[in-house]
Design a protein around this ligand. Structure first.
Ligand SMILES: Cc1cc2nc3c(=O)[nH]c(=O)nc-3n(C[C@H](O)[C@H](O)[C@H](O)COP(=O)(O)OP(=O)(O)OC[C@H]3O[C@@H](n4cnc5c(N)ncnc54)[C@H](O)[C@@H]3O)c2cc1C
Length: 314
């Protein structure tokens, strides 16, 4: 029987594994995707992260690479990829984690499933799936070098991408259906002061192209109803993600897991940290999740080893 099963290998699941290793726990991380890293690998591998303590700037891909190095240096065989956790069965003093390929008995569980298994939200136009140059995530920035790129969306992600790409691409435009952006003020200001073409308040009405290649989009001004045609090499949709629901039987609020102050869920010895949880003041970023992992793993070690002198520094 394992001491701990960690579900999800996003940044918070990986760091939880690093901590579990330092605490000498017998643990396993189970990840449904073929690559670790969660949103950083799937959605923004080439974005520079600039809000991590002590790291002025690091690409998301490199940050996950560093976490993986740290994990594998401590524990080389603790990560199972391509394995989806389907259900958790609660027994009297332990749990059984049922996955797509196996079942594991464990004393404790840490859920780090972030957004879960998410799908990008599409534009919703009929011929959208025909075009190969409509992107919902960016596998490589270089593919957009010297291209005419239109970004759709008005949140942090759309604004971040516009700023990240503006100097690489030939022309960068952003289209949002409202006048105001729902992004950090300093980022919006930087965008307004840049060469990025801003179209607000506009909705996208039509996609035009041939041979599976989108060549232009038709926009409609929300107020005046005037139409405008913009040509493009790539359309990059940033309308957010639609999470799929998991079957874990812990208490939730609006789809997010509720926790106590040590990040234990409604079920004894099942903990949760990172983007999947909710509490007053929760911030959905990496640093907040890393701190939660420290508290949860310390508590888990205390539960597993009540007489042990629990380490705080390593
Ligand atoms: C565009 C964008 C830019 C961002 N920029 C920043 C930034 O600059 N700084 C910052 O701090 N934060 C940023 N964030 C937020 C940050 O990415 C999240 O806070 C972070 O990814 C949360 O990590 P997590 O490990 O909790 O979840 P996730 O990263 O969502 O990882 C969860 C993992 O669990 C796996 N999983 C889910 N369900 C199962 C299952 N049933 N079985 C097995 N595995 C499962 C998933 O496949 C995934 O790999 C950004 C987010 C976006 C979308």
């Amino acid at each position: 029987m394992k001491d701990l099963i960690i579900i999800g290998a996003g940044p918070i699941g990986l760091y939880s594994g690093i901590l579990a290793s330092l605490h000498n726990l017998d643990f396993l991380i189970i990840e449904s995707k073929s690559q670790p890293g969660g949103q950083l690998t799937s959605l923004y591998p080439e974005k520079d992260i600039i809000d991590l303590a002590g790291l002025p700037s690091i690409s998301a891909k490199n940050y996950i690479h560093q976490l993986m190095l740290q994990l594998t240096n401590l524990s080389s065989d603790s990560l199972h990829l391509n394995e989806n956790v389907l259900t958790i069965e609660n027994k009297e003093n332990y749990h059984i984690v049922h996955t797509s390929t196996s079942s594991y008995e464990t004393k404790t569980i840490l859920i780090c499933t972030g957004m879960g298994l998410f799908m990008p939200r599409k534009i919703g136009l009929d011929n959208e799936d025909c075009f190969k140059n409509i992107l919902y995530s960016l596998p490589s920035k270089q593919m957009l070098k010297d291209k005419n790129v239109i970004i759709l969306g008005g949140g942090d992600s759309a604004v971040d991408w516009a700023l990240t790409l503006k100097d690489l691409v030939k022309e960068c435009s952003i289209v949002h259906r409202r006048q105001e952006f729902r992004a950090q003020d300093n980022q919006v200001q930087a965008m307004r002061n840049s060469t990025i073409n801003i179209y607000t308040p506009y909705t996208i009405k039509e996609l035009r192209g041939e041979d599976n290649y989108l060549t232009s989009i038709i926009l409609e001004n929300v107020d005046t109803k005037n139409e405008e045609e913009l040509s493009c090499d790539y359309l990059f949709v940033n309308y957010g993600l639609i999470p799929t629901k998991d079957n874990f039987n812990v208490a939730k609020e609006n789809g997010l897991i509720t926790v106590n102050r040590t990040f234990e869920t409604s079920i004894k010895n099942i903990f949760a940290v990172g983007n999947i949880i909710t509490y007053e003041g929760k911030v959905k970023n990496i640093t907040c999740g890393l701190g939660e992992a420290v508290v949860a793993i310390t508590k888990i070690d205390q539960i597993l080893n009540p007489t042990k002198n629990i380490p705080i520094h390593f």
